[in-house]
Design a protein around this ligand. Structure first.
Ligand SMILES: [Zn+2]
Length: 141
């Protein structure tokens, strides 16, 4: 498997709600920061919670007192009068998904540290660590 294919497989199996593959160009990531920045640029961390009841449910479960979400909203410059439960829930959910993704940092860093191309024999498909080995695999047949 090529590096980009390994990256795609790895990212698709990450435990996160983010649609990582939709945000990340597997040919152009080499580190956790690359992945994080591409998700960020493609609004992958922006979770939108719509419908009043879903917003209320999310807030009740995650921020009963509304303290955290109100604080975040004010840091982001939201005007209290323009805040709805949907906005608050979305702000909080977006923050939580970032925290959740941060917790995958060491797993993702380990993956990139150990990432190398494999070389496939063009005849039988067997995988090798070097191109030379792959080329010699079915040479005599
Ligand atoms: Zn072969």
């Amino acid at each position: 498997m090529k590096k980009s294919e390994k990256i795609e497989k790895f990212l698709s199996e990450l435990e996160t709600e983010i649609d990582v593959l939709n945000c990340v160009d597997c040919d152009n990531v080499e580190s956790y920061d690359d992945v994080y920045n591409q998700i960020n640029e493609n609004q992958g961390f922006d979770i939108e919670i719509i419908y009043y009841y879903r917003a209320m449910e999310y807030l009740m479960e995650n921020d009963n007192s509304l303290q955290e979400s109100l604080e975040l909203a004010s840091e982001m410059g939201f005007d209290c009068e323009s805040l709805s439960s949907e906005t608050l829930a979305s702000i909080l959910a977006s923050q939580n998904v970032r925290i959740e993704f941060d917790s995958l940092e060491s797993e993702i860093t380990d993956f990139f540290d150990n990432l190398e191309d494999d070389f496939e024999c063009e005849v039988c498909g067997e995988e090798y660590e070097t191109e030379e080995e792959a080329e010699n695999c079915c040479k005599d047949e």
